[in-house]
Design a protein around this ligand. Sequence first.
Ligand code: UD1
Ligand code: MG
Length: 467
Amino acid sequence: MLDIVIMAAGKGTRMKSNRPKVLHTLAGRPLLQHVLATASELGAQRLITVTGHGAEAVEAAMRAAFPGAPLAFVRQEPQQGTGHAVQQAVPLLGADGQAGGTTLILNGDVPLIEADTARALVQACGGERLALLTITLSDATGYGRILRDAADPSRVLGIVEHKDATPSQRELHEVYTGVMAAPTAALKRWLAALRNDNAQGEYYLTDIVAMAADEGLPVVAAQPSGEAEVLGVNSPVQLADLERRHQLAQAARLMEAGLRLADPARFDLRGRLSHGSDVEIDINCVFEGEVQLGDRVRIGANCVIRNARIEAGAVIHPFTHIDGEALGVRVGEDARVGPFARLRPGAELGPEVHIGNFVEVKNSTLARGAKANHLAYLGDATVGERVNFGAGSITANYDGTNKHRTVIEADAHVGSNCVLVAPLTVGAGATVGGGSTLGKDAPAGQLTVARARQVSLAGWKRPARKR
Ligand code: UD1
Ligand code: MG
């Protein structure tokens, strides 16, 4: 039986921010959300988060991020050290009453820990050994050092915090990462015996290691697959560093699967990206939420794309912003979008649709081959096949209170600078003269013009300048 405790009560003073540290985001999601997502893959009976600084905001954000998940929170107020933090979770640990349980301890500000690493540590513990995740760093300043038996270096004897370490202990490069798996019953016993007579006047979780060693309980150490997995976030610099490492790792994985990135150092994925074959992404693009790219899709430089599905062969030209929010956006096969286009929630572009510069589409469907190439707004519109929607034309979908639909049937031609005041229908094959403001339907197949008739006054003279 596995319980997991995530420590997330700390203030994060060095972030110099009013936001609780664990709510700062990496790849678009709060640090703690990364940890909880990984932890929830481990099949624990309980997932307990220790909150303190900004507890209400932290708990609310996590409940929103994992709706319906059985998350448990305990408060640590004030924060008197990592041992004190885990003590707050004790009433919930091993609640099934079974012996032989394991408690895994994770950090809310160490976001990139991998499930496999955590699983291996839990296995190494097996409910009967104390398993520590350690790593060897060239610069170990600030970390707790792993003390090993000189006679038998396979035996771990304890952890000494940097601030309490002697000069020779500070020479040690193997450090505690902040992650451990402990036999639950013994952990409770050790936590109850912790004292705070140390350099920081805190209850150190790390003091339980010497207690285990003294009892003759085996203490084992395991290592993560990479350094980034155990790097914590304490400052904006560290946050940005971890973001880059994470982005480069994601980019490398995608490129191994065949995605072609113009520059993996100028690519940001804040969510999930799936792709077909021969997909190319130019520099400085940001992908958020859930994005699917079909075969041969090309994305130009400087695009931001969120919650969208882009079908095979479509091309998104530079500086295009696509945000499907909750409804999503779909771009059909071989469609062309941008440069400088904006697709908003509910934009559904059929195959071979063209959306050009400074065109905004919201909650509208465009059937095969429809075009809006310049300076237009299509909101709450149903646009038929091969429609041409002229430069500067808009659907006036909002009367100040309600939204209304505009229907433009197949092969209609809407000239430039038209205002279609919804609700109305432009019939199949209709032509709307440039500059028209329509408040009624335009019949199929006819020319409809709604603007002042042009007049020319022969013999008209400009007024003379007054002296
Ligand atoms: C801790 C370890 C140190 C290890 C290092 C790795 C202890 C005593 N030391 O030191 O051996 O090398 O992590 O990064 O455990 N927290 C609480 N409540 C508290 C104090 C801390 O919830 O009262 C949380 C923090 O929010 C953070 C985590 O525990 O997520 C670690 O605390 P931190 O203060 O960063 O510990 P370190 O001094 O870095
Ligand atoms: Mg720390």
